[in-house]
Design a protein around this ligand. Structure first.
Ligand code: ADE
Length: 244
C-alpha cells in the first residue's frame, strides 16, 4: 500500500475526490482514508502543519497500515532565484534548517544518525511522471487560476529541501539559508521530519513540492486557495502518471 501525506486538507483534496472504495479510520486527531487511486491501494492523510504533526502521522501510518512507500505532496516557498510560482521540486536531500545541537553536534546534524540530511529514494520514475504532467498541466488547472497565480511555463527541478517549524517570509532569512544550505532550493515545514521517520523505519520516501510563494514579503498569498486549486491538482496529475 502506498501512503500519500499532505500537510493541509486542501493539498490532498483532489486525490480524496478521486479515491474509490473509500473507508476511513480516525486516530490521534487524524483521519486516514484507505481506498483505490488509479487502480493502486493507497492511504491518504493530511498531517497538519509542522515537523511534530507530520512525524507522528508518519509513525502512525507505518505502524498501522502495510505501507510499502510514502509520498509527501504539498506546497513550498522558493529560496532559489531559478524557481517560480507553479514550478515543481522533487526532493533529493532533506535538511531540518532549525536543528542545531552545537557544540555537541554540528549544525543540522541529526543526533545519533550521524547525518545532516536524509535522502529520498531513486526518483527517476517520479521525475518522468512530473515531466509528462507538465505537458498537460493546463488540463488540470483552470485557466483563471493559472492567471491569478501568474503561472507561466512551469518546470521541474530536482533539488534539496529545507524543513523547519517556521513559515518563512523574510529575505534576510532566505540569504542566511542560501549561505548555510547552498543546495536547498525551497522551504517547507514537514518533509525532513517525514524523511527521518521513513529512514528510521526503512520505508522508501519521496516528496513533490509545488512552489506557492517566494518566502518573502509577498509569501502570504491566498494559501488555501493555491493549495486546493493548484497544488492538489498537480498531485493528482503527477500521481496518475506515476501509478500508470
Ligand atoms: N510552505 C509554503 N510556503 C512556505 C514558506 N514560505 N515557509 C515555510 N513553509 C512554506
Amino acid at each position: 500500500m502506498i501512503a500519500i501525506i499532505s500537510a493541509m486538507q486542501e493539498e490532498i483534496q483532489a486525490l480524496l475526490n478521486e479515491l474509490k472504495n473509500k473507508s476511513t479510520t480516525i486516530k490521534g486527531m487524524r483521519k486516514y482514508y484507505v481506498g483505490d487511486l488509479f487502480g493502486k491501494k493507497v492511504v491518504l492523510v493530511f498531517s497538519r502543519w509542522g515537523k511534530v504533526a507530520s512525524a507522528v502521522t508518519t509513525t502512525q501510518l507505518i505502524n498501522d497500515f502495510p505501507i510499502d512507500e510514502i509520498i509527501f505532496t504539498g506546497v513550498a516557498g522558493s529560496i532559489s532565484k531559478n524557481l517560480n510560482i507553479g514550478d515543481i521540486v522533487i526532493g533529493k536531500n532533506l535538511y531540518q534548517h532549525d536543528l542545531n545541537a552545537s557544540p555537541l553536534y554540528n549544525q543540522f546534524e541529526i543526533p545519533l544518525l550521524n547525518k545532516n540530511a536524509l535522502s529520498t529514494v531513486n526518483t527517476t520514475k517520479l521525475e518522468n511522471a512530473v515531466q509528462k504532467f507538465l505537458t498537460t498541466f493546463n488540463t488540470y488547472i483552470h485557466s483563471e487560476d493559472i492567471k491569478r497565480f501568474h503561472i507561466t511555463n512551469p518546470k521541474m527541478v530536482l533539488g534539496d529541501i529545507a524543513s523547519g517549524d517556521q513559515f518563512i517570509s523574510d529575505t534576510k532569512k532566505i540569504e542566511s539559508l542560501n549561505h548555510l544550505l547552498p543546495t536547498a532550493v525551497c522551504v517547507e515545514m514537514e518533509g525532513a521530519a517525514v524523511a527521518q521517520v521513513c529512514f528510521e523505519y526503512d520505508i522508501p520516501f519521496s516528496i513533490i513540492r509545488t512552489i506557492s510563494d517566494k518566502a518573502n514579503d509577498n509569501a502570504t498569498i491566498d494559501f488555501p486557495k493555491f493549495a486546493k486549486a493548484v497544488a492538489s491538482n498537480y498531485a493528482l496529475g503527477i500521481l496518475k502518471n506515476y501509478f500508470a
